[in-house]
Design a protein around this ligand. Structure first.
Ligand code: ZN
Length: 160
């Protein structure tokens, strides 16, 4: 048996001042989206902003439900909307932000496993990497592809 090592690169910044203007604006749009979250149960608002190759920005926020599995995370709300409205236009970058009890969290917010699976499907579909900015007020982490968030990805095409 031999060892297989996976190397993942994550860019880390202590504040948005270290980022280009375009990324700062996308984070701002993601924070605006947190205000539209429906999170009476968790009180944890997640806001996402996605920018497409044509410059269109799409926002998403978490939408909870009294029957818990019926709700949906902000990431999937935004990605599914983008893919349904602009199926032929690639997503360039996605910014994810969060609030706890109405206050910006310091730490970066990571997408859940189910969202990572949906995000990587979009990336495979468009055949171009999607950058992901996971932002907190004092901790911003960026990956250049969803592959960094979901290594050893399942792809049915690999078995055909
Ligand atoms: Zn999720």
């Amino acid at each position: 048996m031999k060892e297989k090592k996976l190397i993942i690169t994550v860019w880390v910044a202590g504040s948005d001042k270290e980022l280009p203007e375009e990324d700062r604006q996308l984070i701002e749009e993601a924070y605006k989206a947190t205000k539209q979250a429906y999170s009476p149960y968790s009180k944890f608002n997640v806001g996402v902003a996605v920018v497409l190759e044509n410059g269109v920005v799409i926002q998403g926020s978490n939408q909870e439900n009294t029957a818990f599995p019926s709700g949906l995370c902000a990431e999937r709300v935004a990605i599914f909307y983008a893919n349904s409205q602009y199926p032929d236009i690639a997503i360039k970058t996605m910014a994810i932000t969060s609030l706890s009890n109405g206050k910006q969290n310091n730490k970066a917010v990571y997408p859940c496993g189910a969202c990572r699976q949906s995000m990587i499907q979009s990336e495979m579909r468009q055949q171009k990497p999607i950058r992901v900015i996971m932002a907190g007020s004092e901790d911003i982490q960026i990956v250049d592809s969803i592959k960094s968030l979901l290594p050893l990805t399942f792809d049915l095409e690999d078995y055909r």
